[in-house]
Design a protein around this ligand. Structure first.
Ligand code: MN
Length: 279
């Protein structure tokens, strides 16, 4: 199933995408509420996907599928080619940073270049949405804690990221955590470690890889994170970006107002944003 949060004048609501249409679920709660109650709601949502109020997908505004995740964690240096272009060593331990929940952005909404942060770069990433709450989750159990998958862009302000040892501020500018366009539920993805992912800027391909090249795979990531913190429904994990970022090009290329950034992942769809200067 493909689940969205959308608005069509008025309050955001959840929906199911089928072809070019979105069917309202009729569920009163948020996507996090829906994920938390999924075992009970699933049948009702499947019914809504054929009988719910129907809108053309093009006529609604898609928000990020989880508009306000409880937490967003992202792993750095997790594809060999990106580690090499960053002139870093392969990390012995998983390198984690947070992205602020306030950085979440809709899948087709503009990404802002802030007055104080002009060195903005893209990073296409597989984003994992947690389903079942858990702590100290073993690798073997990790798949049962995944609700689904999205296309993410770990937008990064490189000066703020690299002028200090801690990356979180440079990764947390407003609008710098777009993801979507929907959550593809995990049952539809036979192998999340075999998905091609690509990023284009103004139609030029900049990144082109596969999740089979992850250094630490998704299950290792969930095992590791959950040793420190309880993972909860709707939490979001950005799983790392492959090589090809603008900061590693020669000369370095950063995003400018008017640039169009498209991130796509096999079977999960695409998100696309126009860059805009902050007013
Ligand atoms: Mn990243």
């Amino acid at each position: 199933m493909k689940l969205v949060t959308f608005e069509r004048g008025g309050t955001p609501q959840t929906g199911v995408v089928v072809g070019d249409h979105v069917f309202a679920t009729g569920f009163a709660g948020s996507m996090i509420d829906l994920i938390a109650a999924w075992d009970d709601l699933r049948g009702k949502i499947e019914t809504a996907a054929t009988k719910g109020e129907r809108h053309a997908l093009a006529s609604v505004h898609l928000l990020a599928p989880v508009p306000r995740p409880g937490k967003i964690f992202a792993i750095g240096l997790n594809y060999a080619d990106h580690i090499a272009e960053s002139k870093m060593e392969t990390p012995q331990h998983q390198v984690w940073f947070t992205k602020a929940a306030s950085a979440v952005n809709g899948p087709f909404d503009p990404i802002l270049i802030a007055r104080a942060g002009q060195y903005v770069d893209y990073e296409v990433e597989l984003a994992v949405v947690i389903g079942k709450r858990g702590r100290n989750i073993a690798k073997a159990d990790a798949p049962s804690h995944v609700f689904g998958y999205c296309v993410g862009n770990d937008v990064s302000e490189r000066m703020w990221q690299h002028r200090t040892a801690q990356w979180s501020l440079g990764k947390s500018f407003d609008t710098h955590a777009p993801f979507g366009p929907w959550i593809t539920t995990a049952d539809e993805i036979a192998d999340p470690h075999a998905l091609g992912l690509r990023c284009f800027v103004n139609g030029q391909k900049r990144q082109d890889s596969s999740t089979r090249h992850l250094v630490f795979d998704i299950w290792q990531q969930i095992e590791h994170l959950s040793q420190a913190m309880t993972l909860e429904p709707g939490d979001l994990i950005f799983t790392g970006t492959p090589g090809g970022v603008g900061a590693a090009m020669e000369p370095r290329q950063f995003l400018k107002p008017g640039d169009v950034v498209r991130c796509e992942i096999d079977a999960l769809g695409a998100i696309e944003a126009k860059m805009a200067a902050e007013e």
